[in-house]
Design a protein around this ligand. Structure first.
Ligand SMILES: [Zn+2]
Length: 171
């Protein structure tokens, strides 16, 4: 089922998510819902807190919503190694209409469980590495706008308060 994606500044997006204790049918269903929601919204990745479920679950598909051949589900992902630095433009389904450049590690090694409970280790670079770091940040209550310069952030916040004011005026 496609879920509603929470938008910044929803407070759940700033919470630290809890580990998934057991991979139950509910967890598998949540992962399915997250994948569906990600595809419908043309995303490459989605973290559970973005649909209001505060647990450490991430879905990613770097092949994109048209191909849908690379779905990866990460349960309790932990980044165990980071290397290098890369600056790339990012956006987020929870920060509608805003994209900007963010500095991240160039390569990461991540440990997680798959939906069968097997431990998986992924070594990633390029877009995959950026996506993993972006999604793991969501589990720690961080958004990509928390990683930009103070000046850029101040301009962004000004834009958000203008949107909110406009919405209020329309209501
Ligand atoms: Zn995001």
């Amino acid at each position: 089922m496609v879920k509603k994606i929470l938008q910044y500044p929803h407070p759940v997006l700033a919470d630290k998510a809890k580990p998934v204790p057991d991979i139950t049918d509910e967890v598998r269903e949540l992962a399915r819902d997250m994948a569906e929601t990600m595809y419908v919204n043309d995303g490459l990745g989605l973290a559970a807190p973005q649909i209001g479920e505060c647990c450490r679950l991430v879905v990613m598909d770097l092949t994109g919503p048209k191909e849908r051949t690379g779905l990866q589900v990460l349960v309790n992902p932990v980044i165990i190694e980071r290397e290098g630095r890369v600056v790339a433009e990012e956006g987020c389904l929870s920060v509608d209409g805003y994209r900007t450049e963010v500095a991240r590690a160039e390569k990461v090694k991540v440990k997680a469980l798959d939906l069968a409970g097997n431990e998986i280790v992924i070594e990633a670079d390029g877009l995959t590495a950026v996506c993993i770091q972006h999604e793991v940040d969501h589990l720690d209550g961080l958004l990509f706008i928390d990683r930009i310069s103070r000046l850029k952030r101040a301009l962004f916040d000004k834009k958000v308060s203008k949107w909110q004011k406009r919405q209020k005026d329309e209501d």
